[in-house]
Design a protein around this ligand. Structure first.
Ligand code: DX5
Ligand code: ZN
Length: 220
């Protein structure tokens, strides 16, 4: 049985008050903090990088689940490791040729490697990364086109989650995009256990209630 990890996406937080926003989420029951790193090239948006992770790390002990929406993830490994990132999830679309080197480097810097796939990418693309002596430890199935918070959940992606869960009963499977009270049951039933939620948590009157509802659905 895999454990639920509820990961509020800090992309929906007030970036000008990142430390207190992080603390608030941890107090509300978050297991992880999801950090969206974008380069304005892999996706048409630009967010934060290693300097911000390094600053935030001084204010929290929380697991920082970094999602790299960048064209050259290898360029970020050393810096993010030093900054105190916990998880390093890169996109399979940009790492076909160097994922083995990437995974080794990520582990050598004390981070946990994960691989993400965009809605248009077939689930089979990540299979090689789950085999062999240096496998990734998490698969992130995007349930919206990466780049922005607040988009609509894509239920068609649940086939990928189901397929992965059948093949890998103990794998951490993360879903990201449009997750909230009205979509969590679909994702949890398909087999997702790591749940990223931005607007549904930060936009709620009572974020703690949303976080516990997400957890309860995974535990069902
Ligand atoms: C989108 C990011 C997500 C985003 C999710 O590219 O990867 O983490 O913050 O936001 P919501 O939960 O609002 O869809
Ligand atoms: Zn993300």
């Amino acid at each position: 049985q895999v454990e639920p990890k509820i990961a509020p996406s800090m992309l929906s937080s007030d970036f000008a008050n990142l430390a207190s926003e992080a603390e608030r989420m941890v107090n509300f029951g978050a297991d992880w903090l999801h950090m969206d790193i974008m380069d304005g090239h892999f996706v048409p948006n630009l967010t934060i990088g290693a300097p911000v992770i390094e600053s935030l790390r001084k204010h929290t002990k929380a697991y920082l689940d970094c999602h790299l929406m960048v064209t050259n993830p290898l360029d970020y490994v050393d810096q993010l490791g030093k900054a105190g990132a916990s998880g390093f999830t890169f996109h399979v679309e940009v790492s076909k040729d160097n994922w083995q080197e990437l995974v080794k480097r990520i582990k050598s810097k004390g981070m946990r490697p994960g691989v993400a796939l965009k809605p248009g990418t077939a689930v089979e693309e990540v299979y090689p990364l789950l085999e062999g002596e240096n496998p990734v430890e998490m698969v992130l199935v995007m349930t919206v086109e990466p780049g922005f918070g607040g988009q609509k959940f894509m239920p068609d992606m649940m086939d990928k989650v189901r397929t992965l869960r059948e093949k890998y009963p103990t794998l951490d499977i993360e879903v990201d995009g449009g997750l909230g009270p009205s979509t969590i049951d679909m994702a949890a039933a398909a087999g997702a256990n790591c749940i990223v939620a931005g607007s549904s948590v930060f936009g709620a009157q009572e974020p703690a209630q949303v976080i516990s509802l997400l957890r309860a659905s995974v535990n069902k």
